[in-house]
Design a protein around this ligand. Structure first.
Ligand SMILES: Cc1cc2nc3c(=O)[nH]c(=O)nc-3n(C[C@H](O)[C@H](O)[C@H](O)COP(=O)(O)OP(=O)(O)OC[C@H]3O[C@@H](n4cnc5c(N)ncnc54)[C@H](O)[C@@H]3O)c2cc1C
Length: 233
């Protein structure tokens, strides 16, 4: 299911930096991991939760189409701000100390650009490299990772913009952002861009790493808030 992908990546100059730290990849793609973990569990996907209410000895979770789940315990892992909104929508009052912890969690935003090329990219093996942050911080080539990338043979490249570029261009047109990032990535593309998709991540890299990497809510049925905002990515 997993294999070591690399022990470091090239920097913006294209020179590989071996730092001896294993990075893993899922052989059948990232979603294979949660699919395995979910085996034998009763999982609902595609439901948008609207509110979470603390009801004495249980939690009540309500989705936007009116479906209700009751449970003795709950683990909540959306970005911290969204977790807080769901609890507020259910009139769940947090202990002031717990509220302060959740409110203190911040994230960098990130524009992620997916590019389909008409041939191989020039990104060096093993298919990932750091940018100089101006404006790109990361370039990845999924085809070099050996992942199935679609019917044709062109590379599928991911480009991540720096937090500062993303903030400055938050309200810019997606096409304008894409053309700036494509221009900056050009030395590493090596082939023509056939199509692209821009994704604006508001809650990307957590700015802090809290210890412990979860919060047990005081004064409620067992409720835990966790996720990247607590333990880091
Ligand atoms: C562009 C990008 C690329 C990345 N690439 C990699 C990578 O290659 N390898 C790697 O290890 N990590 C990668 N990461 C980091 C990785 O995605 C995170 O570390 C991980 O997803 C964090 O998990 P989480 O459970 O904290 O939050 P998330 O995965 O964000 O999970 C939170 C979930 O809550 C759901 N949610 C929020 N509100 C509601 C609601 N109202 N109702 C129902 N559901 C809701 C969201 O839909 C989401 O599925 C990447 C991150 C970004 C932004």
């Amino acid at each position: 299911m997993l294999r070591v992908w690399s022990q470091g990546f090239a920097g913006a100059d294209g020179v590989f930096n071996d730092d001896g730290i294993d990075r893993y990849m899922a052989i059948d793609g990232m979603s294979a991991i949660p699919k395995l973990l979910a085996e034998g569990l009763d999982v609902t996907v595609g439901a948008r939760v609207e509110s979470i209410r603390s009801c004495g000895d249980h939690w009540k979770v309500v989705s936007d189409d009116g479906k209700i789940w009751l449970s003795e315990s709950m683990v909540l892992t959306p970005p911290a701000e969204q977790a807080l909104k769901l609890l507020e929508a259910g009139n769940t009052l947090l202990d002031p100390q717990d509220r302060e912890v959740v409110e203190s969690i911040r994230y960098h935003p990130c524009y992620a650009l997916m590019l389909r090329l008409d041939g191989p990219s020039s990104i060096p093996a093993p298919g990932g490299m750091w940018g100089d942050g101006n404006p790109i911080i990361w370039l990845g080539d999924n085809s070099l990772k050996g992942l199935p990338c679609g019917a044709d043979s062109g590379a599928l490249v991911t480009v991540h913009a720096s937090p500062s570029f993303t903030r400055e261009n938050w309200d810019s047109s997606p096409d304008g952002v894409a053309s700036t990032l494509i221009e900056a990535a050009k030395p590493w593309l090596g082939s023509r861009v056939i199509s692209y998709e821009v994704h604006r991540w508001k809650y990307s890299l957590a700015l802090q790493c809290l210890d412990p990497s979860y919060l047990i809510l005081r004064g409620h049925p067992l409720g835990i808030i966790a996720g990247d905002g607590f333990g880091g990515g």
